[in-house]
Ligand binder design. Structure first.
Ligand code: ADP
Ligand code: MG
Length: 691
């Protein structure tokens, strides 16, 4: 029997080559694909809403009598039609209109229209609503249905997609969609079968509960959401399984390197560091590749743990590599690792995009020959020409800054035949549990949930930029009293050039206003050597104040710095602000963070900064950030693609994430179902190809 996924969309009436190509861009080739092109919301045109009850942003149908019609001149000529019903008034405004329309919409006419409420010059307005003059009666409640709204691509209009989907529904009756979920599972969660669910969401019947559909909580929608989340989970587990079929070099702890390293540190590991280290040691001594994510709040001391993991690899006779997302951070790790490891007789290598020519060739040779056993760098580490001799451990710091595909590419690096390297991934941003479950289902996780002793809370102050002068004076006083400070300029992250420019201007301004201070500047466009020099000067206390862009966001560790001013914090995510703030409070001095915002702040904006003022727990902050800005922001923009679901919404559907995580492993055995579900929801691209 033919299946729906074998019937091309061109079978439908009105789908020629051109439209087929356009649909192809939406990933729609078969009728089944079209049926899985699901409405992402509905318009409720089933009932007339009293004008008096409308609020800004509402959409809906209103009906009333035209009380006046004005031609309004001004910047843009418009036709302003005032409607009235028993409860209030509403204005329809048209910027494009003809004489017929104007005559139709004259005083006394009865009009029904559908639109979205906006605040306009004449009160609440609908711009260019769809409307009917002297409308017939509304469909009886028993026949009224919601209107589906579909995601579009350029070249297809909403009505077109609607009608194609309705045509496709006709096929569904003859060729039901294969349901890959076991009947028992559906029964357990009281979910409808796939064909019924798909039919319902495309054409909700009149008696379906409107509010559930509007909110995406109808069982038919939830069935699809659940299946989508399951497909994502399965694809991650599948990647994990593939990796697990590989073997790894067991790195048995031997020799006294770790002990000598610990003896040279001027502190003891915290309980949490020691526990996480035990988990890592255990993994590393297995003949299976470790895939472990270490989460720990800013300043919890992840670097030392990474160094000890590297020592285990090195003492087992293998090579270890550490990759960091920015030049500054990588450089800093290199400096630390050199200080720690060189005294132990370990040879290191440094690789970044800026290492070129002879120096690069020489470094590559030392790495390939296995002379350099600890290699530190940026993603330049994993370019094609970098060959390792016996790489057995890869450490990725602040992983959320890397795209997921880089993580996957890394796994392939250093793989010899069946042997794959162990991987340790460290995140700077604590990731809320539910999010971690869906984004990192392929990893085991460890948590450093304790800060080193003696840390004092950072006092966070929220001030408008009208207080800039006071703040500048305060910085001067603090620095003259022996403190070191950061001044962070933020601009829209996309524009690095503008961000650097703003930092330059600010640095110049502060230099001229505070001649008594030694002021340095770092931003992303400086040469690596210059950056390193300035960071070195700041670390050595030669600079009082460091003006910087958000390049210092992650990892930068200057324990004596105890004051940080962040300009325009309202532009950044909470997790990012928390990271920035974490640049201070790393030593034993009392620390301060000033969030200098540009008024006016929206209510939401104010609430966000308050979260930061009131909490220093990265997990709480990340949860809030997730609620306010969504998963893409929490994981870092690079990974936004990772969390783009078609139907599922993180906040609304997080209950399913937990459920699906429980169900997925049992389904993995059914290879056909797994492949079909992944194909259905993630398309041909694998989960990793898309980012
Ligand atoms: P993060 O987890 O943010 O990467 P780091 O590894 O940079 O944190 O550590 C932050 C600071 O705390 C560093 O200066 C580090 O030397 C110090 N540190 C790490 N572990 C301890 C500890 N157990 N006791 C005291 N200080 C520590
Ligand atoms: Mg770090």
């Amino acid at each position: 029997m033919t299946a729906l996924d074998e019937i091309p969309v061109t079978t439908l009436k009105g789908v020629g080559m051109a439209l087929a190509a356009t649909l192809g861009r939406l990933g729609i080739e078969s009728i089944q694909d079209l049926l899985f092109h699901l409405p992402h919301r509905y318009e409720d045109r089933t009932r007339v809403i009293p004008m008096g009850s409308l609020r800004i942003g509402d959409t809906g149908v209103v009906e009333g009598e035209v009380v006046r019609t004005d031609l309004v001149m001004g910047r843009r000529r418009s036709l302003q039609v005032t409607l009235r019903d028993e409860s209030g008034f509403l204005v329809m405004r048209f910027f494009h209109f003809n004489a017929t329309q104007k005559n139709q919409l004259s005083q006394g006419a009865r009009v029904r229209c559908y639109g979205e409420v906006r605040p306009g010059r004449a009160g609440y307005e609908f711009y260019h609503p769809e409307y009917q003059v002297n409308p017939g009666p509304m469909p009886a409640a028993a026949e009224a249905t919601l209107t589906p709204v579909y995601p579009l691509t350029e070249g297809v209009q909403q009505p077109r997609v609607r009608s194609l989907c309705q045509q496709a529904l006709g096929y569904l009756k003859r060729y039901p969609i294969r349901d890959w979920l076991p009947a028992a599972m559906l029964a357990d969660y009281q979910l409808p079968g796939i064909s019924d669910a798909v039919a319902l969401v495309h054409a909700p019947p009149a008696d379906a509960p409107v509010h559930l559909l509007m909110e995406g909580r109808h069982p038919a929608q939830q069935r699809l959401v659940m299946e989508e989340l399951l497909a994502h989970q399965l694809s991650l587990l599948q990647v994990r399984e593939q990796i697990r079929t590989r073997e790894a070099l067991p790195l048995l702890p031997r020799g006294d390197l770790p002990a000598r390293f610990l003896a040279a540190l001027h502190f003891d590991l915290t309980g949490a560091q020691a526990r996480v280290l035990r988990e890592i040691r255990q993994d590393l001594s297995q003949p299976l590749p470790m895939l472990r994510l270490v989460q720990g709040d800013v300043g919890s001391g992840k670097t030392v743990v990474a160094a000890l993991a590297a020592l285990q690899a090195i003492s087992a006779g293998a090579q270890a590599a550490l990759m960091a997302p920015t030049e500054i951070l990588a450089e800093q790790h290199y400096t630390n690792f050199r200080q720690w490891l060189e005294p132990l007789g370990i040879e290191l290598a440094w690789l970044s995009g800026k290492v070129k020519g002879k120096a690069r060739t020489a470094t590559l040779e030392r790495v390939a020959a296995g002379e350099a056993v600890m290699v530190v760098g940026t993603h330049a580490l994993f370019q094609n020409d970098v060959q390792f001799d016996r790489l057995a451990l890869i450490i990725v710091d602040e992983q959320h800054r890397f795209g997921v595909h880089q993580r996957l590419a890394l796994r392939e690096k250093g793989a010899h035949g069946r042997l794959a390297p162990h991987q340790l991934i460290m995140t700077a941003t604590p990731i809320p549990r539910t999010l971690a479950m869906s984004a990192y289902a392929d990893l085991d996780t460890s948590l450093i949930d304790e800060l080193p002793p003696g840390r004092k809370p950072i006092e966070t102050i929220v001030l408008p930029d009208s207080r800039r002068d006071d703040i500048v004076n305060r910085v001067s006083d603090a620095c003259q009293a022996g403190r070191q400070a950061y001044w962070v300029c933020t601009l829209i992250e996309e524009s690095e050039a503008l961000q650097c420019q703003a930092a330059e201007v600010t640095a110049d301004e502060l230099k001229s206003r505070l001649p008594e201070l030694a002021i340095g500047l770092v931003h992303g466009r400086l040469k690596a050597a210059d950056k390193a020099r300035v960071m070195g000067q700041f670390k050595d206390g030669e600079l009082d104040l460091l003006v910087a862009t958000t390049v210092i966001e992650v990892g930068v560790d200057v324990p004596d710095a105890s004051l940080i001013i962040i300009e325009n914090p309202e532009r950044l995510g909470l997790a990012q602000l928390h990271q920035l703030r974490g640049r201070v409070g790393r030593g034993d001095a009392e620390s301060f963070c000033v969030l200098m915002y540009h008024p006016p702040l929206s209510r939401n904006g104010k609430a966000r900064l308050q979260v930061l003022r009131d909490s220093q727990d990265g997990f709480i902050i990340a949860e809030k950030d997730l609620e306010i800005r969504g998963p893409g922001e929490v994981l870092g923009t690079r990974q936004t693609g990772l969390m783009q679901f078609r139907l599922a919404e993180f906040e609304r559907d997080k209950g399913w994430i937990e459920t699906v995580r429980g169900l997925a492993p049992a389904m993995l055995g059914d290879k056909k179902a797994v492949a079909a579900l992944i194909r259905r929801w993630l398309g041909e691209r694998t989960r990793y190809g898309e980012v």
